[in-house]
Design a protein around this ligand. Structure first.
Ligand code: FUB
Ligand code: ZN
Length: 653
């Protein structure tokens, strides 16, 4: 015991202390194919702005209340039961461990940002419970043990054993990068070693139905340098042909360890699984440069964004199988669009961006961030959407926001993405620094040659389109500042120290400003956040004749509560040919939002009094009454009483 303590003390010299700190969300510092490298969450301090109340809700309400619910529902007890400290029955579906791990990962990101004693202590206590439940073999899973021991590794298709492990590893890495403590990481690593010893090409075949382990294993490789973890991820992505005989052909789309990832040509099957698989595959590409992965990833990304993604950034339109629909099958009211799936697209885009820096990935990332993921967390931080529909009939039985789901994957996923947000704002590359996202903030980091660099952003984005950036290298330095110009900004102006930038400022790209920067120099970006209307491809049948309203990165929607004369959202046509817009900042509404009013018309005769079917062209009628409709940002929907809601609004031609 004494010896062990001395060894532990000796093993923590100053160098080791430095190693765990200052790591980005993905540590691509040695990844051969990574052109971009992240900055640590801790290096970017967000000031007051759009994300402040959202992230405060995560820290003050969401994280503590989810722990209370975990305790009430027996989810932490599941670990105590296995360690023997509590004699209770196991509760919840077989993947509940993963939710606890994601919750811990979110706390770790909070701690990477700043100290928070209560959350740290709560997290540490849960880590102790987890570690105590680990078997000496390294195996850890609260379901496949005791009375279910005989099922261990027998139901890998649906068992989520490796999915849970993936989340454990990710949480362990994030916790170590936050605190330097390795107890959780060691637990994940031990289980990783167990899996590596048991499964693989010349061992038992892995037959995991829910990807997640792949991206975790690649980051474990990055974090430990142990290549076996990368190889294990590669083996899983390659698929094990020994599994094929046991799988009906249609099930291949749901199972990711059967056929090679690189044989996929379309996004299909379970949306979260597919996008996690793509994230893991992108991670694998970043380490190996395998061209087959590059080709597949580009093909799949195109398939998703050209045919299968909602305007919210969400994916997975079918409730059955939580799956992608056919191309252009994007129903609004029935939209499944699980919060986790929108978040999974962000993970995937972030990885694509590291390998092939292109504004299209961050545009897509930002779309999900502000809309389809953001909508998943209520304004008070206590309710969550599993589904994020684009239309609601106002039926009170549509329980869209709930404090708890038996499958409670989305709440901690929302927590971890919002807690880690500062780490997605910037990257560095050999030639300089990249500004991806805008928010009042200060980055205090360095160029890749080690020159300390501060960037301060002053902005009220996304409510306002101007961003003032102050660039301060520690000493004058020539480098390129890559400044993202979102694809939605119709007119963008960029100045450097007050002078217009000479090259075109193209939407959907990064302006490359290469010069010798001196401390305190200013870049001002003015983006066009005027309200705009967006139409769908004709093949999205539900949206024919309709428009959606967007403003900056925010998608807007109508809610019945805000419409005049007791009308519902379904009574209106937006004046799409000659819209008149009015904007009003409402500090007391829905946490402070910019509302939009748009000129619109409604039939003199209410639709509800008309027959269900009538001879064309008697409808829409010639007699319409002018009026004005109100729109609110989509992420705030259903934060008041139950009401009608729609994103896609009939357009008056
Ligand atoms: O499979 C269990 C949970 O269901 C996963 O966490 C998510 O992918 C969700 O769809
Ligand atoms: Zn989920």
């Amino acid at each position: 015991m004494r010896v062990a303590i001395i060894c532990a003390l000796v093993a923590l010299p100053a160098m080791a202390a430095e190693e765990w700190k200052n790591k980005p969300i993905l540590d691509t510092s040695h990844s051969p194919k990574a052109i971009l490298h992240g900055v640590p969450v801790s290096s970017v301090k967000l000031g007051e702005g759009f994300w402040t109340p959202r992230r405060k809700a995560v820290v003050d309400a969401s994280l503590p209340s989810l722990l209370e619910l975990f305790e009430q529902k027996g989810i932490i007890d599941n670990f105590r039961r296995v360690s023997g400290s509590k004699n209770v029955a196991r509760r919840g579906p077989l993947y509940t461990d993963s939710d606890v791990y994601k919750w811990l990962e979110a706390i770790a990101f909070v701690l990477q940002d700043r100290e928070h004693t209560a959350l740290r202590q709560a997290g540490q206590q849960v880590i102790d419970e987890i570690a105590a439940a680990q078997e000496s073999s390294g195996y850890i899973n609260t379901y496949f043990t005791k009375e279910n021991l005989a099922l261990r590794h027998k139901n890998m298709r649906h068992g989520h054993e490796l999915y849970c492990l993936g989340h454990l590893i990710q949480a362990g890495i994030a916790w170590q990068r936050a605190t330097g403590e390795t107890k959780l990481l060691n637990a994940g690593r031990k289980m990783g070693d167990y899996v590596y010893a048991e499964f693989g090409k010349d061992k038992k075949p892995v037959f995991e139905g829910h990807p997640e382990i792949e991206l975790a294993l690649v980051e474990l490789y990055r974090s430990t340098g142990e290549k076996k973890y990368l190889d294990l991820a590669g083996y899983m992505l390659a698929g094990d042909p020994r599994n094929e005989a046991n799988v009906p052909p249609r099930e291949f789309v749901y199972l990711f360890t059967v056929k090679p990832f690189t044989s996929r040509t379309i996004m299909e099957g379970h949306a979260v699984r597919a996008a996690y698989a793509c994230s893991g595959a992108a991670d694998y590409y970043l380490e190996t440069g395998d061209p087959a992965y590059s080709a597949t990833l580009q093909t799949l990304w195109h398939d998703m964004t050209a045919r299968k993604q909602y305007i919210t950034g969400g994916i997975g339109s079918r409730g059955a199988g939580e799956a992608f629909g056919d191309p252009y099958e994007l129903p609004n009211q029935q939209a499944y669009t699980e919060s986790c799936a929108a978040i999974a697209t962000m993970f995937w885009n972030w990885r694509m961006m590291h390998a092939w820096p292109d504004a299209k990935y961050m545009d897509n990332f930002e779309r999900a961030l502000y809309n389809g993921a953001n909508s998943g967390l209520s304004l008070d931080g206590r309710l969550y959407c599993y589904r994020n529909p684009l239309e609601l009939t106002g039926n009170p039985d549509d329980k869209i926001r709930n404090p708890w789901y038996d499958t409670t994957c989305c709440p901690p996923n929302l927590q971890r993405i919002l807690a880690s947000l500062p780490g997605y704002m910037y990257s560095t590359s050999k030639d300089g620094v990249w500004i991806h996202l805008y928010h009042a903030s200060t980055m205090d980091w360095k160029l890749e040659d080690g020159t300390p660099l501060k960037i301060e952003q002053k902005t009220e984005y996304p409510w306002k389109g101007s961003v003032e950036m102050t660039i301060s290298p520690a000493s004058p330095k020539r480098f390129t500042l890559h400044v993202r110009v979102p694809e939605w900004s119709a007119k963008s102006v960029l100045t450097v120290n007050g002078r217009p930038w000479s090259a075109p400022v193209k939407a959907g790209g990064y302006v490359e400003i290469e010069r010798t920067w001196k401390t305190g120099e200013k870049v001002e970006l003015s983006l066009d956040v005027a309200p705009r209307m967006t139409q769908s491809n004709l093949r999205v049948r539900e949206n024919i004749g309709k428009v959606a309203v967007e403003r900056g990165p925010l998608l807007y929607c109508m809610e019945g509560l805000d419409q005049p004369d007791g009308t519902t959202v379904f009574d209106w046509y937006l004046d799409a040919q000659t819209p008149r817009w009015a904007e009003e900042w409402k500090p007391d509404l829905l946490g402070g939002i910019m509302t939009l009013q748009a000129s619109a018309h409604r039939p003199l005769e209410a639709a509800a009094t008309r027959p269900l079917y009538d001879r064309y062209p008697s409808w829409p009628p010639a007699k319409m009454k002018p009026g004005s409709i109100t729109l609110i940002p989509y992420y705030t929907f259903t934060n008041r009483e139950t009401t009608t809601m729609q994103v896609w609004i009939p357009a008056r031609q």
